[in-house]
Design a protein around this ligand. Sequence first.
Ligand code: NDP
Length: 485
Amino acid sequence: MSYDTQPKASHFIDGTYVEDTGGPTIPVIYPATGAQIAELHAATPAIIDRALSAAHHAQKQWAALSGTERGRILRRAADMMRERNRDLSVLETYDTGKPLQETLVADATSGADALEYFGGLAGSLTGEHIQLGEDWVYTRREPLGVCLGIGAWNYPTQIACWKGAPALACGNSMVFKPSETTPLSALKVAEILVEAGLPAGVFNVVQGFGDVGSSLVSDRRVAKVSLTGSVPTGKKVYAAAAAQMKHVTMELGGKSPMVIFDDADLDNAVGGAIMGNFYSSGQVCSNGTRVFVQKGLKAAFLERLTERLSNAVIGDPMNEQTSFGPMVSEKQMKIVLDYIEKGEKEGARLVTGGKRLDRDGFYLQPTVFADVTDDMTIAREEIFGPVMAVLEFETEEEAIRRGNDTEFGLSAGVFTRDLSRAHRVIGQLEAGSCYINSYNDAPVEAPFGGTKMSGVGRENSREAINHYSELKSVYVRMGDIEAPY
Ligand code: NDP
């Protein structure tokens, strides 16, 4: 396929591509082959300063536009993303290794949904009027200023849009730092936004490793930090933001429970477990990686699961028939192989998979462990790969207690035909994004985010507006002030 994966330059600042080869090299590796497909440079202090200064200067003028004007630009960008979906999907596949079958329907399209949704909301962002006798208070919904977005590597286009769209709709500007593992896609988002009419400097992309992220977080020009990443990084970034009392959104990791009762529709439960463990080769934060299956259904569940997994088409992600691609990087593949080894050593039963594939690229087999107990490492730590842990349970109370026995709280799912039980159980599971007889849906209209160690704040939906703006209250006195002296 002839596709130029080398971007014009590493960074996108003040409406244009910018290079500074003084920064450390970032080789971009295509996960399906291990070949280098581009070379970028991490931001130098001069680039960081330039991006923040551009964002700072552009923000006030952007905020001075009416919401409808801002929204129109975002909606135009959404249309352009949809028109260019195929090209953007191919690039996302090069960036991440995810199969084209997925990227065609889950990345630029989901980014376009966010731009369209928040573009539509921009014109209706208002404060309120509070009457107090003759006096009154009105509130103004104001932007925060320069927002910093820091992305993980699994959904680079989507993450840039999920952060950029609500931030921009509210009148903020943004500096976005993608993960150095997947630096290509966000540059295209910036390019499209500018082509759609976004004023220069409102959305900027700078590349870099954690140190670039860290310099950005602690810069006084940044008013808000939105991170998608792991819990350890989240703790560091949250602490650095707290030192200057910055607003934060933290979308972090998970080890989510999926509870499958005896009365569940078997194929739906198996389908949910597949989507919630193996989509994007398991590199999804909200995955239901602890699959609690009630005793009576366990044997049938494992049998049907193994049968359906044998239909996975593993191979070239650019082939649209391929339904299971490589891991994002050699590093991530090794991390997952270590977990698989620990699973075996600690006594879990390997039902299927467990091996690296004998081919170029970072391919692992979809892996299922059964007879997993709550104390095993593979049941406690986020693996972020195609490894499902199946745990057996007997009673509803037990499933809830064991499901909640984790520091994480991102997602949870319940499969049952008894809807009273479904609502009762989901009401008691400690998680932010939950599913009944489904798994991993993330429509832009619904809030998304975690509780406990999995995060702070919510992305998507009207709720995201509260995290990218603040209210100013204005008390208006109509009469005289009574002062005691
Ligand atoms: P990391 O936490 O390693 O990195 C996230 C981002 O933070 C990267 O851009 C990284 O840069 C940057 N970073 C690292 N250290 C710092 C620092 N000290 N200050 C500022 N920025 C820093 O996560 P991964 O990229 O490995 O992504 C996987 C994780 O993301 C998983 O835990 C997953 O659960 C989570 N995730 C959560 C989602 C959610 O919505 N809840 C969605 C998707 C993923 P660099 O990579 O260059 O080091």
